[in-house]
Ligand binder design. Structure first.
Ligand code: AGP
Length: 579
């Protein structure tokens, strides 16, 4: 969703901001803009792709701010793109978040003579600052912040000054501290090109940055915030010769899986709480929820600890069981639904953990204890390596709690992941690419894998795909089956195998073409399938993870065949920062 960047130092601020916005592209956006001071404020705004407009930006000055907008209030357009200025054009603001009481503030400002150009909530901010500004930008910003209800990370610049004033409440904001230069950004990626030293602003913080240094204030008092080190490399956020970030990230999975398993194994202390838990609730969205369902299955079957997954956006409607452990799972650590769910759980007295991929993300501030996946930056909107990293963390957690029962499966996955990445899915792509509906089915541990396979397919290929527990098909979805409705099935040995084979026959009897992921040399399954995608013969737990990689490849190659925007699918954002 929206991303913000700010630069102050000795380079051309507009260029730094454009590079930064490119780094934030993955979050999703429909328009973007930049403002720079030199000494008056100049603006550039555009809709569409940042890369297409790169050469058109010609703003002077070494102090500037930029923004990618993902429309919430008002259509995507140049007029609604940030930065916004006050009536005089002397103050410019970029904002990430939502000002809930903007309509009321706007009416009051209009009554006092202010004119507005956009439909956005953000535009009230520069007008409010204008009323307070008398030469001290920090003072003016601090006076208007109490008027804002909702969530914000804002950057403010003013004509004739060399400073950026920033404030955070509920939306992420990091300040990179370089040599005589400073970079603000919604996350660490735009900062990496300039420095690895970063300060994560907390809710209620206000920062004032000039070429000479930075100060942070909280409740009017100057405070010191810890300087952290960004662990990722600038090289991690480049495509490295791959056609798409998604493909690159899929090929990183063997390393990511091992790194995450090792990091959990080396720091097992927070897991003790799970051992004593009467029950565990996991809150997550999308792919993170699918990975959490793998965990829930393993917790129940291997550790015999009752574990449920509640979609984070639904959690507020459920009672939180007393003495429950609540784990929030989120690659980005910025998903509003997940953060809110964990806040509620904590307020209700649950013990809270989070599992995230992003150091210092908002979720880590809400959770009592944080565990990290070691996936490195994930740029593609479609989560792949972060799913595998979450599963790796979960498998190692279950392994530790159960006294080593998943050791073998972990080793099998490490051994066979590179081989599975070489899978040939071309015939399966031919079979599914022209369908308007696909069904994905599995049972037991393969069920969340079917859900994830369908999610991946629909988000990047735009083919309607739904995941079902295979046994549910006859309770309704059978009505959809015909020769035009391919079914993608995960059919591995284990307790689900015999009944899954019956399901495959039932599907075949209704003329639906079948793509089956099964074990190598399973002649029976191969005979039923129209296209058979074999994986190595391993334990069921390892098999489903290998199968999930085949499903990622199927979605990826189908999207490429359909020529969609693989890394940035329409209407989607990488970090979903609104509820
Ligand atoms: C995954 O491919 C999706 N883009 C999406 O479902 C994602 O997993 C979801 O929005 C949750 O994100 P998070 O893990 O960063 O919280």
């Amino acid at each position: 969703m929206c991303g913000i960047v700010g630069y102050i130092g000795y380079r051309n601020a507009a260029n730094v901001c454009m590079e930064g916005l490119l780094r934030l592209e993955y979050r999703g956006y429909d328009s973007f803009g930049i403002a720079a001071v030199s000494p008056e404020i100049t603006l550039f705004k555009e809709t569409g792709k940042i890369s297409a407009a790169k050469d058109a930006v010609n703003l002077k000055g070494t102090c500037g701010i930029g923004h990618t907008r993902w429309a919430t209030h008002g259509v995507p357009s140049k007029t609604n793109a940030h930065p916004f200025t006050d009536c005089t054009g002397k103050i410019a603001v970029v904002h990430n978040g939502i000002i809930e009481n903007y309509a009321e503030l706007k009416r009051e400002l209009q009554n006092r003579g202010h004119t507005f150009v956009s439909e956005t909530d953000t535009e009230v901010i520069p007008h409010l600052i204008e009323e307070q500004y008398a030469g001290n930008l920090r003072e003016a910003v601090s006076k208007i912040l109490p008027l804002l209800e909702g969530a914000y990370a804002i950057l403010v610049i003013a004509e004739g000054t060399q400073e950026i004033v920033a404030a955070r409440m509920g939306s992420p904001l990091a300040l990179g501290i370089g040599d005589n230069e400073y970079v603000f950004a919604s996350d660490g990626l735009p900062i990496l090109d300039y420095t690895r030293s970063v300060v994560y602003l907390e809710d209620g913080d206000l920062a004032e940055v000039t070429p000479a240094g930075y100060r942070i204030y909280h409740d009017g008092e100057e405070i010191v915030r810890k300087v952290s080190t960004l662990e990722w490399d600038a090289a991690d956020v480049r495509k490295g010769g791959f056609a798409h970030y998604m493909l690159k990230e899929m090929f990183e999975q063997p390393e990511v899986f091992s790194n995450t398993v090792n990091s959990i194994a080396e720091n097992p202390s927070p897991l003790c709480r799970l051992r004593d838990a009467r029950s565990v609730t996991i809150v997550a969205c999308g792919t993170s929820a699918n990975a959490s369902n793998v965990f829930a299955y393993l917790m129940e079957t291997v550790c015999e600890i009752p574990t449920r997954v509640v979609l984070a956006s639904e959690f507020k409607y459920y009672p939180t069981p007393k003495n429950d452990v609540v784990i929030a799972v989120s690659q980005s650590g910025e998903t509003a639904d997940t953060i809110y769910a964990l806040k509620i759980a904590r307020e209700k007295g649950a013990k809270t953990f989070c599992l995230t991929n992003v150091l210092g993300s908002s979720l880590t501030r809400v959770s009592e204890t944080t565990l990290y996946t070691r996936a490195g930056p994930e740029v593609s909107v479609a989560a792949t390596k972060s799913f595998t990293a979450q599963v790796a963390a979960f498998m190692e957690i279950v392994n530790i709690i159960s006294g080593g029962k998943l050791e073998g499966a972990v080793v099998e996955i490490q051994r066979y992941l590179p081989e599975v990445l070489d899978c040939d899915v071309d015939k399966a792509v031919e079979l599914v690419k022209d369908a308007s509906t696909l069904l994905y089915v599995g049972r037991g541990l393969s069920y969340p894998i079917a859900l994830e396979g369908a999610l991946k397919m629909k988000e990047i290929s735009y083919i309607h795909a739904e995941g079902y527990a295979a046994g549910e098909l006859k309770h309704g979805p059978f009505a959809l089956l015909s020769e035009k409705t391919p079914v993608v099935a995960v059919c591995l040995s284990g307790i689900t195998y015999p009944v899954m084979m019956s399901n495959l026959k039932e599907i075949k009897a209704r003329s639906a073409p079948e793509v089956v992921i099964g074990e190598i040399r399973d002649i029976d399954a191969e005979e039923i399938a129209d296209v058979y995608l074999p994986i190595p013969k391993v334990s069921e737990t390892a098999g489903v993870i290998l199968a999930s990689v085949v499903l990622q490849m199927l979605a990826y190659k189908t999207a490429v065949a359909l020529d969609t925007d693989v890394d940035m699918p329409r209407n989607l954002a990488k970090s979903v920062t609104v509820e």
